[in-house]
Design a protein around this ligand. Structure first.
Ligand code: SAH
Length: 227
């Protein structure tokens, strides 16, 4: 009898909590992503599925679905939902893609990609962040994300080439190893700029061994650091 008295109230509370975040996520996708012109169904569905509130520090949970970046510790941030949607949509991710991400941070962007693609390799220079992202991704059941600790300037050569590459910190120039690790026909999205006031988001495509670069929009990302 005592056991029943404990179990029933718990069952009553859990679905309510889930609904609250599910609704917040739906609103986030509709208002912040879809209404601003992102139509890629796979991206919208992925962002409706990934529990963003699980990827932010405890003190930020109530702000997880807000229209902006949030601090994740170590001077780093989880990107604004719109930026995640925009960058992911430009990569045109496919189920068969192998993806490389530079700048794991919270692990949220990697989870969004992992909802759509076959395999995601992600590398983070701050060890504590790579460890916590690894743990969260495991807890959320993402078996197709492989988290590395190190300087992403060098990419992850042992798993190259990649169909898609996403860089979420801004270097002064596009690192040559990343261009080399991009597959023929592949796409890379990367913010580039010497200072946080002069960054441009760029889309790099490789065709017949040649790269072409399209400038998309001015952005402000955390700097790309080196070991
Ligand atoms: N994609 C992340 C955003 C994190 S912010 C998310 O979804 O939360 C960018 C991250 O890039 C930071 O965590 C920063 O530590 C990391 N970073 C900066 N320079 C790097 C480098 N050379 N190699 C790997 N990671 C780097």
């Amino acid at each position: 009898m005592k056991l029943c008295a404990v179990v029933i109230p718990l069952l009553m509370i859990l679905p309510v909590q889930q609904d609250e975040y599910t609704q917040k996520r739906k609103d986030m996708v509709r208002e912040q992503i879809e209404k601003r012109g992102i139509k890629n169904e796979a991206v919208l569905t992925a962002m409706e599925s990934v529990p963003r509130h699980e990827f932010v520090p405890e003190g930020q949970v109530s702000r997880a679905y807000r229209d902006g970046p949030l601090p994740i510790g170590h001077g780093q941030t989880i990107s604004q939902p719109y930026v995640v949607g925009y960058m992911t949509a430009y990569l045109e991710p496919k189920p068969t893609d192998k993806v490389l991400e530079i700048g794991t941070g919270s692990g949220y962007q990697a989870a969004v990609l992992a909802e759509i693609t076959d395999e995601v390799f992600t590398i983070e220079i701050v060890e504590a962040l790579s460890e916590s992202a690894k743990e969260i991704l495991k807890k959320q059941g993402y078996t197709n994300v492989h988290v590395y600790h190190g300087d992403g300037f060098h990419g992850i050569p042992e798993h190259a080439p990649y169909d898609k590459i996403i860089v979420t910190a801004a270097p002064g120039e596009i690192p040559q190893p990343l261009i080399d690790q991009l597959k023929e026909g592949g796409k890379m999205i990367i913010p580039v700029g010497e200072t946080s006031f002069s960054q441009q988001l760029k889309l790099v495509t490789k065709k017949d061994g040649q790269i072409s670069i399209e400038e998309l929009l001015p952005v402000r990302f955390v700097p790309f650091t080196r070991d």
